[in-house]
Write a protein that binds this ligand. Sequence first.
Ligand code: AMP
Length: 437
Amino acid sequence: MTFSDLGIAPTILRALEAAGYQNPTAVQAEAVPAAIAGRDLLVSAQTGSGKTAAFLLPALTKLSERSTAKGQGPRVLVLTPTRELAQQVEKNALEYGKDLRWMKTACLVGGSSFGYQIRALSRPIDLIVATPGRLMDHMRSGRIDFSRLEMLVLDEADRMLDMGFIEDIEAIVKATPESRQTVLFSATLDGIVGRMAEKMTRDPQRIEIARTETSGGTIEEHLLYADDLNHKHRLLDYILKESGFDQCVIFSATKAYSEELADKLSDQGYSAACLHGDMPQSWRNRTLNDLRRGRIKVLVATDVAARGIDVPTITHVVNFDLPKQAEDYVHRIGRTGRAGRDGTAITLAESKEFHKVRRIEQYLKRQITEGVIDGLEPTRRPPKGPRRNGKPGGYGDRRGSGGNRGGYQGNRREGGYQGQRREGGYQGNRGPRSNAQ
Ligand code: AMP
């Protein structure tokens, strides 16, 4: 299957070629032709599956033909849960639509100046990417004319509901023409998301892409148990010193702790910064740019701020704290292994948090293989449970099958862990340079 089989406009095909995309991902192969044919879609696909292009390519194909409708409001509206994701989507739209020279886009998110957004809305506009709250602000002021809207996309719909946007979404949907095409992407289509989706679509085609599918490389996952916070810090020190990461995103449960941890790592000599939802938007943007340019090597982030981070040089993700919701685990680790590269995701958990780990594993429908680092083993072990690590005895056999004492031993998933092992220490994917800068 190639992109030219999918019905995408030739101008956009050229841009895809320039972007280096060779073949559509699974979600693109299914969703793009159906959306171009005008179907409403309910798609369950994870971040990293290529879902952004799966809705942008049909949207841009629509925009490649001029509208005959009156009015100057948007023809395509994409709603996303977070500011960073909205910006990323607009960036991708400009990349894939670089030859649609007349195309005007706007990104309407909180934390940015109203002035620029109001100016963008006072002219004819083709595509708006927005977070629901800020879009509602503009709608209340009568600045948005949805009369010629052709396509509504809800990206990461489950997350928007988790963030309490349901009323805003309902109001936005109600303000758009009934004739619109609706395309909804969500990690899950169960429960409340599914019910909302059914209400706002007409005879939708359901597309379910397996959870493990990624357009990128393999993500090696490891789980390390710790006794307490201090122990977690020692494990983190070890990982940062020994893993040979290029860039690393560390997830913290709270905004305050993300700041504290970023300060601590800066004091240790890493070029570290934090990213969380309470930071002013201009600062969040600057931090992300610095990450993209490689000026920041270690980013300590909370879940909200981490959405939309798409930086191929992130080699490692460390869950310093467990995510509150199981599906966030998938989003977090999807910050690495992007654009065809491999990545490593290491999750730290206190032994008493084993039930939270189990919940994540139930969601994943697989186990995250537990490892230990010599000299940094937990003294308390999680109780034996249904988890078996494929062997009788479960946790009792945490060192894997190699019998190689010395060194970190995570197990492998899909394609294998690339780091070599040796006596006496963790060896992750060691990069060519030291990162303690
Ligand atoms: P997403 O799931 O939309 O967050 O996309 C994940 C990553 O895959 C992004 O870095 C995209 O630029 C990249 N990507 C999307 N589609 C393709 C493709 N067909 N071939 C190669 N890379 C892709």
